[in-house]
Design a protein around this ligand. Structure first.
Ligand SMILES: C[S@@+](CC[C@H](N)C(=O)[O-])C[C@H]1O[C@@H](n2cnc3c(N)ncnc32)[C@H](O)[C@@H]1O
Length: 352
């Protein structure tokens, strides 16, 4: 997240519309550093809605009122908030869903604050939100970040809102890629696609273990809609477990496995923190991104957890983009770190 966005977000959370006493909702779909989390001071008047259980838990720990769900607004009463603060998400259907639902939850005269960079499509989102609010946006630039404010009209100005197409955001649906079927929805990583790195990892694992008559338990750490366990479903693992920190992913994975009649335990958790371990196999396409400096803490966290969760004879197979120098961190933790595949821009590492 850019420094300007972070500052804007913290300022808005601490005093939306310049007033620290307004009743506000923060729609949180971002990762924040510990420093930022502390800077956003908890106040009785600020509620948080997030789909990430780890962010939810940390905010709850410092005193915020938090609702963790797949951006399910149904528990929040209409016409409740003076201000709603939202750093726009990457996916358009989710942004549309949040703009539509925010309109309903705002009091008359209340403001929706959208923040984001140009690359986030913030200007387009602002123009689209104008249609719902039927009032002009107020846009302000802060460095490379924009703050767009939309005010809900008073009753006598109000026309029927022209809600945005959220592609039926709330609902799971069956998706097909070639011969492969799964259940997913917007809000899940690569929700209607097969990730190329994950496909490479699944092919590798299927070849590696094709001749095995029995295998111990397997974990997919960061399971998304469940691709890796679905694509390796013919392998005779004794038990399967998928876990993710995103509420939408967990809902989708459960539905995908039910559809495929594959027995998998699925849990919402921060980096499998609640699991006991003892896995003979861990498959993982971790959420590491380009600009490794910003995600090396995440790499540390994922690799440490993998080490803790493996059984003594267990092996992890992890796929990452070729440019991510994950080996150095892995070598500090594992005796054996081997690049077993390096193609199409991805590498698969075997760790034990
Ligand atoms: C690159 S995606 C891979 C998804 C899936 N395994 C696949 O192959 O399609 C990484 C996944 O890690 C999840 N994730 C990110 N941070 C996490 C955390 N702290 N704990 C658990 N899962 C996390 C994301 O929600 C996302 O689903």
């Amino acid at each position: 997240m850019s420094i300007h966005i972070e500052h804007l977000l913290i300022d808005l959370l601490n005093a939306p519309s310049g007033n620290p006493l307004t009743t506000a909702l923060w729609i949180a779909d971002e990762s924040l550093s510990e420093q930022d989390l502390v800077a956003a001071r908890p106040r009785a008047e600020l509620d948080v809605l997030t789909n990430r259980c780890d962010l939810g838990a940390r905010l709850r720990d410092i005193g915020h009122t938090v609702f963790v769900s797949d951006f399910d607004f149904s528990g929040l009463a209409h016409e409740t908030y003076d201000d709603i603060v939202y750093r726009v998400s990457k996916e358009r259907p989710l942004v549309h869903h949040c703009i539509n639902e925010s309109y309903k939850r705002l009091k008359e005269g209340g403001s929706l604050h959208l923040i984001g960079n140009k690359e986030d499509g913030i200007r387009t989102h602002g123009r689209n939100a104008e249609k719902v609010f039927a009032t002009p946006e107020h846009a302000k630039k802060h460095g490379d970040a924009y703050h767009i404010r939309l005010q809900k009209p008073a009753p006598n100005d109000q026309t029927t809102p022209d809600f945005l197409d959220s592609k039926d955001y709330d609902h799971l649906r069956t998706c097909t890629v070639g011969e492969f079927h799964f259940v997913s929805k917007p809000g899940v990583f690569g929700w209607n696609k097969v990730d190329r790195g994950s496909a490479l990892l699944a092919d590798y694992v299927n070849n590696l273990l094709a001749k095995k008559k029995s295998l111990g338990p397997v974990l997919d750490l960061g399971c998304g809609y469940g691709y890796l366990l679905l694509a390796t479903s013919k392998l005779p693992f004794s038990k399967r477990h998928g876990t993710d920190n995103n509420a939408a992913a967990v809902d989708a994975a459960k539905a995908s496995f039910a559809r495929a009649e594959l027995s998998v335990e699925v849990t919402l958790d921060d980096c499998a923190a609640q699991l006991q371990g003892g896995y003979d196999w861990i498959l993982c396409n971790p959420p590491f991104h380009q600009g490794f400096a910003t995600s090396s803490a995440l790499a540390e966290k994922f690799l440490s957890q993998i080490k803790t969760l493996l059984s003594p004879q267990g092996k992890a197979l992890v796929v990452v983009n070729q440019f991510i120098p994950v080996e150095r961190i892995a070598q500090d933790k594992f005796k054996h770190v081997e690049t077993v595949l390096n193609e199409h821009g991805f590498k698969v590492l075997q760790l034990h």
